[in-house]
Unconditional design. Structure first.
Length: 93
């Protein structure tokens, strides 16, 4: 009986792996697009620099494997978007 349960859990987790990978790749691509637009540069050099910075930051966060640090970085990254949303709510609605 436990083997059947394990087998069904394995089958249900298999579709999640490509979806998670697609989410990570799409998020990284969007982040690089926004960073490239904010740098006001049309050359590929700035995109490579931003990609290197993103890879370095992501690798260092994965290497340290500290949950509290990852939470703090996520909050710090989301704070500017929260402020923009609040400003839009007050001035555009």
């Amino acid at each position: 009986m436990p083997q059947q349960q394990f087998h069904s859990q394995t089958i249900s987790k298999q579709p999640a792996i490509p979806r998670y990978s697609l989410f990570i790749i799409t998020s990284a691509d969007s982040a690089l697009l926004v960073c490239g637009l904010l740098s006001n540069s049309n050359n590929g050099k700035s995109k490579i620099i931003w990609a290197g910075a993103l890879v370095t930051l992501s690798t260092s966060l994965l290497y340290t494997n500290d949950v509290d640090l990852n939470k703090q970085v996520a909050i710090a990254g989301a704070l500017p978007f929260t402020l923009v949303s609040i400003i839009q709510a007050f001035f555009f609605c």
